[in-house]
Ligand binder design. Sequence first.
Ligand SMILES: Cc1cc2nc3c(=O)[nH]c(=O)nc-3n(C[C@H](O)[C@H](O)[C@H](O)COP(=O)(O)OP(=O)(O)OC[C@H]3O[C@@H](n4cnc5c(N)ncnc54)[C@H](O)[C@@H]3O)c2cc1C
Length: 305
Amino acid sequence: MPMKLSRRGFLSTASATLAAPAVVRAATGDVDVVVVGARSAGLAAAHTLINAGYSVMILEAAARIGGRAHTDSTTFGMPFDRGCSWIHSSDVNPYTPYAREYGFTLESHDGAKEAMFVGHREPTSSEWSAYDRGWRRTREGLSDAGEEGLDVPASEVVPNGIPWSGVSQTWTGPMSMGMDFADLSPVDWWSLSTTKPNLEVKEGFGTVVARFGADLPVTLNAPVTEIDDTGPSVRVESAAGTVSTKAVIVTVSTGVLAAESIRFTPGLPDTTLGAIENMPMGLLAKVPLLFDGYHFGLKPNEWLA
Ligand SMILES: Cc1cc2nc3c(=O)[nH]c(=O)nc-3n(C[C@H](O)[C@H](O)[C@H](O)COP(=O)(O)OP(=O)(O)OC[C@H]3O[C@@H](n4cnc5c(N)ncnc54)[C@H](O)[C@@H]3O)c2cc1C
């Protein structure tokens, strides 16, 4: 999501190695490491392990790799990212050099002009000023509270009823952080690490992730149902069969773990279960609309607020 607001905080450096790996194919049987989930986290883990010389099998529940990174390149006559589309913190994001190396087209989205409509017309200059004020008041309320370390609902620290603030609060809460603005913690928002520029991929971010995983040993349609660590090796049960391994890396979302879709034996420690429960998933779904004809006068790289 575009980060309209500047933030401070520590930079998390991604440790994934993005060099093309030597491919190790493994069938059901024995491998050094099983990775559960073939999306960004799982694919990066597999690249790193394979580069270090381990045999790896990735088990993916879906019929494609990518998880929440998925570009639909057919429905709209142009690539559309159904999930993630912005490469945030592109100065330290390992996907940036990878996408460049593989010839993807990267566009900076910072400072991209916003388009907005009030009914059927463009906003007046005083409406634009009010809109900017709404953003500023939202940002200031969150920044002041975040810097103080306040872990309270954002709605308690941002004044109510600021004209136009519905837009800034929608972008900041559901669109940016995957949760309703009222439930957003200022301290979480403040400590989120995001540096500029934010990039978009013309061919789709999902296409980059799909390329990243294309040469890896992924078994699709293989939801893992059980991980048993009570024997001499770890036993992993999936729809594709049984695998024995020395280690398992689980990269499914906390939502999948909270639903207990995978049975762990022995069970997960209480502290892990507590962390999963306390880190619920937000809900964000894009609803694309395909118009017949060209109606909004948008220029390339402009976005509709
Ligand atoms: C609409 C939307 C927009 C977003 N926009 C951005 C953005 O612009 N920029 C950004 O950085 N982030 C964005 N995000 C967030 C980003 O997509 C996710 O943080 C990221 O994709 C998570 O990757 P992951 O590998 O942790 O998990 P996931 O992508 O959820 O991958 C987990 C994988 O595990 C698989 N799995 C689940 N259960 C099992 C099982 N039992 N056995 C085997 N496999 C299983 C799933 O099928 C999936 O492939 C967006 C998310 C959404 C939904």
